[in-house]
Design a protein around this ligand. Structure first.
Ligand code: GH3
Ligand code: MG
Ligand code: MG
Ligand code: MG
Length: 303
């Protein structure tokens, strides 16, 4: 999402047609993307459907109170900016609005230049919050997603794959003898290697794949709509592309519906076990999980 004025999305919730068209005109003239609703229920529907940054909310609406809507939106959209714009300038109403979730409160009649200045100030906060949120999901060294982002993404994709019975694969990558690289060339060179691997990984994976740095020298790729055989081919392509740079990695792959995983932890454990085998069998190779049946075999049969 762009941080520019031109792309900021503002929702105007106002039942008075004159006020509504005036607001829309002012905002559009300042290049905001504007959506409008004239009732609480239409606003609810619109705000859950559209991506938006800031809402301008009237108090007296035909089917409800804008302050109550404000409280509702605060819970659903903690990072968006909520501005009351109402003729009600009663002190108790103002305090109530702020207490239940409003970020600003402007009374009618309003000055359009002051309103626009308040909107710009509000959008600065929205921007900052977006940047902070992005930082909590990004790995600073490589620019890839971090472990926290990976866990959230895996949970979401795993749920979708299970619910709709779609294939999903997970590849876990680990740099071979990385300790040696650090010991012989220094920690800085080690960091450069990780950045190179991240770049190659981004270049060799699809837009719909999700790559992350999940540990010191461990990375993971989620491949949606990708069954085991295709995931192996993708992993082999990644392994080969990285080997071309002079460093090697080992990869473990787990896949559903090839295996039945009850939870994401099982899927990770399976890819980890495959990775461990890849290391044991000489490194610079891809190994797949052993198939997991829906029912575990008796312990004796495993020995
Ligand atoms: P293997 O092939 O079995 O994976 O051997 P390895 O040496 O890669 O594995 P090991 O787990 O023994 O060592 C991983 C090393 O990765 C340990 C640590 O020095 C290094 N490492 C972890 N995170 C970072 C990092 O952010 N930067 C750098 N430069 N090194 C890191
Ligand atoms: Mg009204
Ligand atoms: Mg490791
Ligand atoms: Mg390693």
């Amino acid at each position: 999402m762009s941080m520019k004025n031109s792309a900021a999305s503002i929702v105007v919730i106002e039942d008075n047609p004159e006020v509504l068209s005036l607001l829309v005109r002012i905002l559009e003239r300042h290049s905001y993307s504007v959506h409008q609703a004239t009732t609480v229920s239409a606003a609810r529907e619109l705000l859950s459907r559209e991506a938006w940054d800031l809402a301008l909310i009237d108090r007296n609406l035909p089917d409800g109170d804008g302050i109550a809507l404000c409280a509702e939106l605060r819970a659903a959209a903690p990072h968006n900016y909520l501005m009351m714009l109402t003729g009600d300038n009663d002190e108790d109403a103002i305090v109530e609005a702020f207490n239940t979730g409003a970020d600003d409160y402007v009374t009618k009649p309003f000055s359009s230049s002051e309103l626009l200045a308040r909107i710009r100030a509000g959008l600065r906060i929205v921007e900052l919050q977006k940047k902070l949120l992005a930082m909590t999901l990004m790995d600073a060294l490589t620019g890839l997603s971090n472990r926290r982002a990976f866990e959230a993404e895996l949970a979401e994709r795993f749920e979708i794959a299970r619910r709709y019975d779609r294939p999903l694969s997970l590849a876990i990558l680990d740099v071979d003898h990385f300790k040696r690289i650090n010991d012989e060339l220094g920690h800085q060179a080690g960091d450069d290697v990780l950045r190179t691997i991240a770049r190659v990984l981004s270049q060799t994976t699809r837009q719909s794949d999700f790559a992350a740095r999940v540990g010191g020298e461990e990375l993971a790729v989620l491949l949606s709509e990708t069954p085991l055989f295709e995931a192996m081919q993708a992993a082999e392509k990644i392994r080969h592309a990285i080997a071309e740079t002079g460093i090697t990695i080992s990869i473990g792959v787990a896949s559903m519906p090839h295996s039945h995983f009850a939870a994401t932890e099982e899927m990770i454990a399976s890819a980890d076990a495959a990775l461990y085998r890849a290391k044991q069998r000489g490194r610079n190779r891809v190994e797949i999980e052993r198939r997991r049946e829906r029912f575990a075999r008796p312990a004796a049969a495993l020995a």
